[in-house]
Design a protein around this ligand. Structure first.
Ligand code: C2E
Ligand code: CA
Ligand code: CA
Length: 757
């Protein structure tokens, strides 16, 4: 189905090993989806991993810190509670202490008597200064029966004028009256007492009131009439120091100022629950202390762990980046042709399938491209040049792409192009490609000319079967090559049938070659104009198929060439002809040789073997080849030509004039004969015909000493014209159709000398 392209990529191994010069340029041609994937991919894994590790780390640090702070706060709070309780307890004890201290002097006959007698000296030493010195009562006041102001007053142990303390009395009056009222209700041994916090004009103070009573019972007065001792302890610095001293409260003070952040605060209330003042002290915060002492170590540990983690993460980041890089590179290599940077077959097929599966797709076309004469470039200029040619080819093709179109290298000199264009535009694109490839390629200092054959498939709107589309493109490509190369052929349904037919022929021919009764060789005689003697014959293979009947060579030679069967077929014809030639020494026998045979290394030696086996003289054998073989300049072809020439095997150029216009090879190779193609001969008798061309051919070959044979001569007029022009040998129905061997031998028998009709 497809010509043996594997044979035309001999340079493949070498191609792949070469670095890509157009790499960057080619990547830009990659379709957007691949580009996106490449851009999105690097680092995403690393970022995800690193971000989560970092997040977990930060969260754990935050959590640990939070817990730490919380517990420190808890410790502080419970510490504060303890302190507050202690302070409250100290104040409560003070409130009980003061009346007890007073009792040491108020239950005492001498005191009752001294107050009654106004014995100032006694009172001064036993109450005023005593209470100050012994108990640090700042102020002592004595109220006598029913009085609303004190009768005597001491400030810090010294008796003072009453007027100096006049402002302090009014707040005390309700307390004095309350005590008298309580006492008036009667009491057994110990009289009632009142102690409370009072906000005096001089400041907050602890005040205690106690009636002065007899201890012997002898100086009893009416209940409620007792003198009253009022003791005042100012809640001032003095007292604060005492409190600190006694109860180990930290730097406390009584104040109405709002507390600072570091201070604890306890409201001091009187019996009625009214706030008299606040006790504030520097709060002891063990939690905070703990925080302060451990913070540097903690910060150090966090920094150390962060540092270690950073190092770890950087390492992880680097290695995962490297890993991703390698993975991306591997992915790129798996999808990209190393020589050209184009998508390789795998990648092209994937992208093509995506385009086929797209829900609303534009017009699509597939172009299958195959370089003509690539193998020749590879063989004559080297694989390096072949690589350069492929790269330049990729470059030229890529320049013709529109956005969204993809070109891939399928291997060797094969490319596939997915175009987003309609039929007419596809036609234009194919023409553009052919024109672009037609321009010379500068390789190894010389201009190389190659062509390109293109198979085109215009896709139906709903087609998705890539395999079938590729198959059809291959068929169209085959047609393009078969119909002369360097052209584009659009696939049509009839091609399928032709392909089927070729498959059938191939199978049948294989069978025919194995059987003995289907193939035979016909011989068409050759005549010289100047003699009536037959000079030789051309061997033409014949195939009589049991069911199909006569199959013309035009229908199976091509199939044999592409399927490889030509080797066996050619050998059969050669052996048959040589057997015939051995029987007719001196007569020339021509055998048609296909390019595929002639390019085979060792073909020349093989021909000599067959000649030898059959016993035929080498100079009686003439091999008919086409011009294209000589243009190949392949090493094997040149070698075969040499071998055959040295053995005196003759060489004829068949179908002369239909191929290339360059006739240089006539000078370079030992050509003995040219056979002017039937198409020229057919027109030679007409006006305005091929006559000038034929004349030119004859003149040229004359000068080179090459014999000229006219093929397919059917009329006498053609014969006459050709003879006038200088043709020497003739072949055609006018002289005789191809004959069976027996018929030819009968014709050649001494009695049967041929006559020109
Ligand atoms: P060709 O080498 O050009 O062979 C001459 C063809 O012209 C033969 O066709 C022959 O029958 C035909 N012919 C001869 N005289 C006339 C004439 O006056 N008028 C017309 N119209 N045709 C004439 P055939 O036998 O069908 O062979 C066709 C081609 O197949 C050959 O063209 C040759 O290229 C190829 N071929 C035949 N036998 C072999 C073979 O054994 N090996 C190879 N490689 N090719 C062969
Ligand atoms: Ca021939
Ligand atoms: Ca011919």
């Amino acid at each position: 189905m497809r010509p043996a392209t594997a044979a035309s990529c001999a340079g493949r191994g070498n191609l792949v090993a070469n670095p890509c010069r157009y790499g960057e340029r080619m990547i830009a041609i990659a379709p957007p989806e691949i580009e996106d994937k490449r851009r999105r991919f690097p680092g995403s894994f690393s970022v995800a991993v690193l971000a989560s590790v970092l997040l977990v780390f930060l969260a754990s640090i935050g959590l640990a810190m939070g817990l730490f702070l919380l517990s420190a706060n808890d410790i502080d709070r419970s510490g504060l509670d303890t302190q507050t309780q202690r302070v409250a307890h100290a104040l409560a004890i003070q409130l009980q202490q003061l009346p007890r201290e007073q009792s040491s002097v108020t239950i005492w006959d001498d005191a009752v008597r001294a107050i009654a007698d106004g014995d100032n000296g006694w009172l001064d030493s036993n109450i005023g200064s005593w209470m100050y010195e012994y108990f640090q009562h700042d102020i002592s006041l004595i109220y006598t029966k029913g009085a609303i102001a004190p009768a005597l007053a001491w400030d810090e142990g010294s008796q003072v004028e009453l007027s100096a303390l006049a402002d302090d009395y009014p707040p005390l009056r309700p307390l004095v009256e309350e005590l008298r009222m309580l006492a008036s209700r009667g009491y057994a041994d110990t009289p009632p007492q009142i102690s409370d916090f009072v906000d005096l004009p001089t400041g907050p103070a602890l005040v205690s009131l106690t009636p002065v009573v007899t201890d012997s019972g002898r100086l009893a007065v009416r209940a409620g009439d007792e003198p009253v001792l009022v003791s005042i302890v100012n809640l001032d610095l003095d007292y604060e120091l005492r409190l600190i001293d006694k109860y180990l409260v930290d730097a406390g003070r009584f104040t109405t100022e709002p507390p600072t952040n570091h201070e604890a605060n306890l409201p001091v209330t009187n019996r009625a629950g009214r706030i008299v003042t606040f006790f504030q002290w520097e709060a002891y915060r063990p939690g905070e202390l703990m925080l302060r002492s451990t913070a540097p170590a903690l910060v150090g540990v966090i920094l150390l762990v962060s540092g270690m983690l950073t190092v770890l993460l950087i390492g992880l980041w680097r290695s995962s980046r490297a890993l991703e890089g390698r993975r991306n590179e591997a992915e790129r290599l798996a999808n990209q042709d190393a020589l050209t940077g184009l998508p390789n077959r795998l990648s092209f097929e994937a992208q093509f399938q995506r385009a086929l599966d797209a829900p609303r797709r534009s017009s699509l076309g597939l172009l299958m491209l195959d370089l003509d004469r690539f193998k020749q470039v590879n063989d004559t200029l080297g694989h390096q040049a072949g690589d350069t040619l492929i790269r330049s080819m990729a470059f030229r093709l890529s320049a013709l792409l529109r956005p969204g179109e993809v070109i891939g290298r399928l291997g060797g000199d094969e490319f596939a192009l997915m175009a987003r264009r309609r039929r007419t535009e596809l036609q234009a694109l194919a023409t553009e490609i052919i024109e672009s490839v037609r321009l010379p390629f500068r390789l190894e200092g010389t201009d190389a000319f190659v062509g390109v054959s293109i198979g085109v498939v215009v896709l139906e709107a709903d087609e998705t079967d890539q395999l079938d589309i590729m198959r059809r493109a291959d068929i169209a490509l085959y047609e393009a090559k078969a119909s002369g190369r360097n052209r584009a052929v659009f696939y049509d349904g009839a091609m399928d049938e032709r392909v089927q037919g070729r498959h059938r022929i191939e199978a049948e021919l294989r069978e025919a070659l194995a059987s003995t009764d289907q193939l035979w060789v016909a011989y068409q005689p050759l005549f010289r104009a100047d003699s009536s003697r037959p000079v030789g014959a051309e061997a033409l293979v014949r195939w009589k198929h049991p069911r199909l009947g006569q199959v013309p060579p035009a229908e199976f030679i091509g199939v044999a060439e592409t399927s490889g069967l030509i080797e066996a077929l050619g050998e059969y014809v050669l052996r048959e002809t040589c057997r015939m030639g051995a029987r007719w020494p001196g007569r020339s026998f021509a055998v048609n040789v296909s390019a595929a045979q002639f390019r085979h290394p060792g073909f020349g030696a093989h021909v000599l073997d067959v000649l030898h086996d059959a016993g035929m003289q080498a100079q009686d054998l003439e091999l008919e080849i086409t011009e294209s073989i000589l243009l190949d300049e392949q090493a094997a072809v040149v070698e075969n030509l040499r071998t055959l020439h040295l053995a005196n095997v003759r060489l004829a150029i068949d179908d002369f004039g239909t191929g290339y216009s360059s006739l240089n090879y006539l000078r370079r190779y030992p050509v003995d004969r040219i056979k002017i193609d039937r198409s020229f001969v057919a027109q030679v008798a007409d006006i305005g015909s091929s006559r000038p061309i034929v004349e030119a051919m004859v003149r040229l070959t004359d000068a080179l000493g090459i014999e000229v044979t006219a093929e397919g001569v059917e009329t006498r007029e053609q014969f006459e014209r050709l003879r006038e022009m200088g043709c020497t040998t003739f072949q055609g129905y006018l002289f005789g159709a191809p004959l069976r061997a027996e018929e030819l031998e009968r014709l050649w028998a001494p009695s049967g000398v041929a006559q020109v009709a």
